[in-house]
Design a protein. Structure first.
Lengths: 275, 167
């Protein structure tokens, strides 16, 4: 049906698109609802450990799913931080990603988890890393007639990691992030074995702090190292001023919250850090 | 061509109904046009929770729910909560705690609290606040609403002064 007339817009949970349409009632838009595709509402862990989340999985489902609570707690943090209960009951993970917002609460964590997106069209299927999916603000690499079906997380991207998602907003609920920080770390012999940092609202799209990540590898967990990781995290950002916060304030948040999020992740891992 | 109207059947407050609905309209608009004006329109964009209804027992913002999606669902609105003019324990708790000021947020809050009470689960004060966080009360009577919800769930926290407080 999408191939027949690709100008149709897909609607899943509707919590973004129906809001947009409310604001622009003049625009005529044909919607194609995919909410009855029950095969896209599943969360499963495959035998090899790969986590598979259907595009229509809701945020409430993610928050309540024991498999995810155990394997990817940061994604559960992100799900709970999004909107309020009524929105979480409807909003879908696939919709959050395809909407293309830098503030999407799930996105920074999916960046950290190197999530792979399975896209399907009448012509065939392709799989791309989420980092290549975001092209710009509100712009994603979804071709005409294409639909996101599944989000995969490989075992090597979550096993042995401890993660945390920290959302900074003006309110505790029903708010859009001023900054979202998702971190994951692996510790070996009292040192960082691997650190991953994903940020939302620190640039036009969600992003990873590759320079900070490279620096952190093999470092001791000292206050100086935390501070240096945070400083280097800033080099990956392109924050801007909006009515929510100024560029300077967001940059301050990046430095401060990256450290806080890392400390919580370490704490979750049962680790001790020398701060 | 666009299909503009669609016939849908669903269960509304215990009754099977068959309605002809405009496919472009939200469930909120359709319910209100049918006279169920206990469903309130606040923001219309999913931020305030005034239009909350229970869809298959799940609290949902009816402003962001297309009416056609109601096909085959079980929907409860505030009109279907009291039975034969008798208030439920949840409604009674809202009255007794004085959890109603202008009343605009009340139908939605009663419905969400009803779903929580019927779930049979226990909620810590923090969890309960989170469950209620999708509702805005512009009279800002949150403490009384919270006390009413606690009372509804049989989870009151009393202290020596005789008032209800959160932990």
């Amino acid at each position: 049906m999408l191939a027949e007339s690709p100008q149709r817009k897909l609607i899943a949970g509707g919590t973004d698109i129906l809001v947009k349409m409310q604001h622009q009632p003049v625009v005529e838009q044909e919607l194609l609802s995919i909410r009855k595709l029950t095969e896209l509402k599943k969360i499963e862990k495959r035998e090899d450990g790969t986590l598979v989340l259907g595009a229509l999985v809701t945020f409430t489902q993610i928050a309540n799913e024991p498999i995810l609570q155990e394997s990817v707690p940061a994604l559960v943090d992100a799900a709970i931080s999004m909107g309020g209960p009524q929105i979480r009951n409807m909003a879908t993970l696939g919709g959050n990603v395809c909407n293309g917002a830098t503030s999407a609460d799930s996105a920074s964590t999916l960046f950290v988890l190197n999530a792979r997106l399975h896209l399907q069209s009448a012509e065939g299927k392709r799989v791309i890393p989420i980092r290549e999916f975001y092209l710009g603000p509100g712009k994603v690499d979804l071709k005409k007639g294409e639909i996101l079906t599944e989000i995969h997380i490989a075992p090597e991207d979550y096993r042995g990691f401890s993660g945390y998602y920290l959302k900074f907003a003006m309110r505790k609920a029903m708010d859009i992030a001023t900054l979202g920080v998702s971190v994951a770390c692996k510790v070996k012999d009292g040192r960082f074995d691997e650190v991953r940092i994903g940020l939302g609202v620190a640039g036009p799209t969600p992003l990873r702090c590759t320079e900070a990540e490279a620096y952190a590898q093999g470092k001791m967990m000292t206050a100086e190292v935390f501070a240096e990781i945070a400083r280097r995290a800033l080099t990956s950002t392109h924050a801007r001023t909006s009515w929510r916060a100024s560029k300077e304030y967001r940059e301050h948040l990046v430095e401060e919250l990256t450290q806080r999020a890392l400390k919580v992740a370490l704490h979750r891992a049962g680790g001790v850090y020398h701060v | 061509m666009f299909t503009t109207y669609k016939r849908i059947s669903f269960k509304l407050n215990g009754q099977e109904v068959i309605w002809e609905v405009d496919v472009r309209k939200s469930l909120l608009e359709v319910l209100r046009e049918k006279g169920l004006t206990g469903v309130k329109k606040g923001c219309g964009v999913g931020e305030c929770g005034a239009c909350t209804v229970l869809i298959d027992e799940t609290p949902t913002d009816s402003c962001l729910y297309l009416a056609v999606w109601a096909e085959g669902k079980t929907i409860r609105t505030i009109e279907g909560i009291a039975k034969n003019g008798e208030l439920t324990a949840v409604q009674q708790a809202f009255v007794e705690e004085g959890a109603i000021q202008c009343g605009f947020c009340t139908p939605g809050l009663v419905l969400t609290t009803t779903a929580l009470a019927e779930s049979g689960k226990d909620y810590t004060p923090d969890e309960l606040k989170r469950e209620l966080s999708g509702h805005i009360c512009r009279c800002t009577g949150y403490q009384k609403i919270f006390s009413a919800a606690e009372r509804s769930l049989g989870q009151e926290h009393h202290c020596a002064c005789g008032h209800h407080h959160e932990e």
